[in-house]
Design a binder for this molecule. Structure first.
Ligand code: DGY
Length: 340
């Protein structure tokens, strides 16, 4: 008997084909809307594996509803939608999709850095509103990106890709992680003209950087990491970019800080409560550029992520080596009759 799998969204066909070839597969056949919670809880009652998105909450309630569950394959590099300790305690494997989205997400970080620094969206809006009347010396002036100091908070894979691009802009790089990363320093240091330095104290990075990019995962330690105190440390000319997870930033305090002009501008791809609506207070500010959590959203990358998640799911359910495990769990009894 084939194992049973549930896919919580209509994915690119290549990914569905991978799962269907190995598993009896049920699909929430809607691309745009998440599966309703009640439907999901019913659907997982008899499955061995689930392919989830970051819009699906995988918690103790879901685990209780899925007594046969062996693997959750999350189609994202982040997995703050998953109660990892609960999964591990139940012996359920979690997998994610690192690497395939690194370069694409770094591109979006750069779109936000450039757009916020050079007032790209504000300029577009001004023209659309008929507000462009003449050229004047200090009209729509922004902040230089080239030569500015880039501060990366959470320099993992995506941070490294952001840093590599910064060398082309002649930007000295500061990074803050829990520990220094000799491999990052070697990688960036090998690029002609690069300058990279570890900032052991976040405060030092915040006061020295012209552009601050946040790429930390959301954990109990990073929740609310950026608030009024941190913004007050930043330069009045600084640009703040968050492409990690919204709750890393205290949004109400960021809004007040932006109103006071420190940071000078922000580029945000993630928000405390997603999705945000047209009435969100951030939209009332001229010095912000917002995108709807699209860091990895290119056709090629989202397709690759779906395929990687499908491959992880099938590997776990068929006893093959799993490419991207997050926790250490032995998946026992592959197949429907295997039972754990
Ligand atoms: C992730 O993979 O964690 C992203 O936020 C989704 O692109």
């Amino acid at each position: 008997m084939k194992p049973r799998a549930y896919i919580t969204r209509r994915l690119p066909q290549a990914a569905i084909d991978i799962v269907s070839a190995a598993c009896e597969t049920t699909l929430w056949d809607d691309e745009a809307n998440p599966v309703p919670r009640e439907t999901l809880l019913r659907a997982v009652a008899d499955v061995d594996g689930i392919l989830t998105l970051l819009t699906d909450r995988v918690d103790t309630e879901l685990l209780a509803a899925a007594p046969r569950l062996k693997v959750v394959a999350n189609m994202a590099v982040g997995y703050d939608n998953v109660d990892l300790p609960a999964l591990t305690a139940r012996g359920v494997l979690l997998t994610n999709t690192p690497d395939v989205l690194t370069e694409t997400t770094a591109d979006l970080v750069w779109a936000l850095i450039l757009a916020a620094s050079r007032r790209v969206v504000e300029g577009h809006r001004l023209i659309a509103a008929g507000g462009w009347t003449t050229w004047s010396p200090m009209f729509m002036v922004g902040q230089d990106v080239h030569g500015a100091t880039l501060g990366i908070v959470g320099a993992g894979r995506i941070g490294s890709a952001v840093a590599r691009r910064a060398v082309g802009f002649g930007m000295p790089i500061l990074y803050h992680n829990r520990r220094p990363s000799p491999s990052l320093e070697a990688q960036i240091g090998a690029i002609p003209g690069a300058a990279i330095r570890y900032a052991p104290a976040l405060d030092d990075l915040l006061s020295a950087a012209d552009v601050v990019v946040v790429l930390v995962p959301l954990t109990p330690e990073t929740r609310g990491m950026f608030g009024a105190r941190e913004f007050a440390l930043m330069k009045p000319t600084s640009v703040f970019v968050n492409a990690s997870r919204g709750p890393v930033v205290c949004e109400a305090e960021l809004i007040e800080a932006l109103k006071r002009g420190r940071p000078w501008a922000a580029g945000l791809d993630v928000f405390e409560h997603e999705p945000i609506g047209a009435d969100h207070p951030l939209l009332a500010l001229p010095n912000v550029v917002l995108t709807p959590h699209i860091g990895s959203a290119t056709v090629a990358t989202r397709t690759r992520m779906a395929v990687v998640a499908a491959t992880n799911l099938v590997a776990a359910l068929t006893g093959q080596p799993v490419p991207n495990p997050v926790n250490r769990v032995e998946v026992k009894g592959e197949g429907r009759d295997g039972g754990t």
